[in-house]
Design a protein around this ligand. Structure first.
Ligand code: DSN
Length: 416
């Protein structure tokens, strides 16, 4: 394969090629990661990266936008069709920016946000104190019970006491369905706006494999790169025209300058993939594979939080083990499985150590793994963790899993 980089920056090309090798030979089980489509990468590596286009389609502050206007318009229209809603802003650079833009559009500083606690599976931008969202706004939290599930009566009680201006429902580590209708009822009972952050499950939502936050949520945000398999980026959706106008202003000029037109083209291409009939098959398989993962690990005497999953991820609780999430993460990594340590209900350790591991099925499903392969992988995970100090075993499993991974190649080149 010959690239311009070979001539002018072989050092960077070397690392990119090493990353290609890592992605092809390791098992990617970080629940928020996925393998995007080569067509998305082509769009992202295109001349569009050169173009400034501050503003919105047909209302720009720069000349020469006639083609990027068409591209952004396509991305918007495809997003609206995909989520069956009236308004989409495709410019947020990431999910965090999407969330912050919504807050800045619809809240005033020191207004109250009620979101899911970071240590219970929420996201930094749901009001965590270390995030700007926990500093600009007064943030309050709900969490999960020891069984790993949200207790909606408790959310309602907290909302009644706090009287938030906005309730945020959404998560980074929750394996059950969200009851969006119930969240709406709670939000309405206290006069709060309901924002659903579906970054993790959007790809399942558009396939009808996970509850749709519409018509309950007033605003929906998501990333485009997790279960949606598009480029890295954010997206804001709503059916409320007044909110839509405020959100547009909040994204640009409020928070961001020039939109990343190469990424917006990638979003349009990704949404095009999500609209194809075969997308539903992928989403179904993601869920089915996650269920196999949970089932086998439970059969091997591991505690899966909430005893299963309704989506693409599972949370292994290691509270009953002698080792931590950090130890497990390291051992799995030594055996070629990329995952992440995660806090669990009843957590006693710090977020850097934790007593859990989060595992997801989207990336392995994208490379063609089905139930049979997930059964093998789940058993290997159990083998590794049951003998966690055995580095020789980790080495052996690493070479077995590499062989398995190479039967399902994902990319044949590093740059598209
Ligand atoms: N929410 C993070 C994750 O799920 O990995 C990304 O922001």
């Amino acid at each position: 394969m010959s690239y311009v980089l070979e001539e002018n920056d072989p050092e960077i090309l070397g690392f990119i090629n090493q990353e290609l090798e890592r992605q092809n030979t390791h098992l990617e089980m970080i629940a928020s990661e996925n393998f995007t489509f080569p067509s998305v990468m082509e769009a992202m590596g295109s001349v569009l990266t050169n173009k400034y286009a501050e503003g919105y389609p047909y209302k720009r502050y720069y000349g020469g936008c006639e083609f990027v206007d068409k591209i952004e318009e396509l991305a918007i229209n495809r997003a609206k069709k995909l989520f069956d809603c009236a308004f989409a802003n495709v410019q947020p650079h990431a999910g965090s920016q999407a969330n912050c833009a919504v807050y800045s559009a619809l809240l005033k500083p020191y207004d109250k946000i009620l979101g899911m606690d970071l240590s219970h599976g929420g996201h930094l931008t749901h009001g965590a104190k270390v995030s700007l969202t926990g500093q600009i706004y007064q943030s309050f939290f709900y969490g999960v019970e020891l069984d790993g599930r949200i207790n909606y009566d408790k959310v309602a009680e907290t909302a009644r006491i706090v009287k938030p201006n906005m309730i945020v429902c959404g998560f980074s580590a929750y394996s059950r369905k969200l009851d969006f209708a119930r969240f709406k009822e709670i939000a309405e009972s206290v006069g709060a706006i309901l924002m659903a952050d579906i970054a993790h499950v959007a790809g399942l939502v558009v396939a009808g494999e996970y509850p749709n936050p519409f018509p309950y949520a007033d605003v929906v945000t998501t990333t485009t790169h997790k279960t949606l398999r598009g480029p890295r980026g954010g997206l804001i959706l709503t059916n409320n025209e007044e909110y839509a106008k405020k959100i547009d202003k909040a994204v640009f000029p409020g928070m961001q300058g020039g939109p990343l037109m190469h990424v917006i083209a990638g979003k349009a291409v990704g949404f095009g993939e999500n609209l194809k009939p075969e997308w539903k098959e992928y989403a179904k398989q993601v869920k089915s594979n996650a269920k196999v993962l949970a089932k086998v690990l439970m059969e091997r005497n591991f505690k899966v939080v909430s005893d299963g999953t309704d989506n693409h991820l599972i949370l292994l609780s290691l509270l009953d083990k002698k080792y931590s999430g950090k130890d497990a993460d390291l051992a799995l990594g030594n055996a070629g499985i990329t995952a992440n340590k995660n806090t669990v209900p009843g957590e006693m350790r710090s977020p850097f150590v934790t007593s859990g591991v989060r595992l997801g099925s989207p990336a392995l499903t994208a490379r063609g793994f089905k139930e049979a392969e997930f059964e093998i992988v789940a058993n290997k995970i159990a083998d590794i963790l049951d003998d966690i100090t055995n580095t020789q075993k980790q080495e052996k499993i690493k070479s077995e899993l590499k062989e398995l991974a190479l039967k399902f190649p994902i990319y044949n080149k590093a740059i598209f």
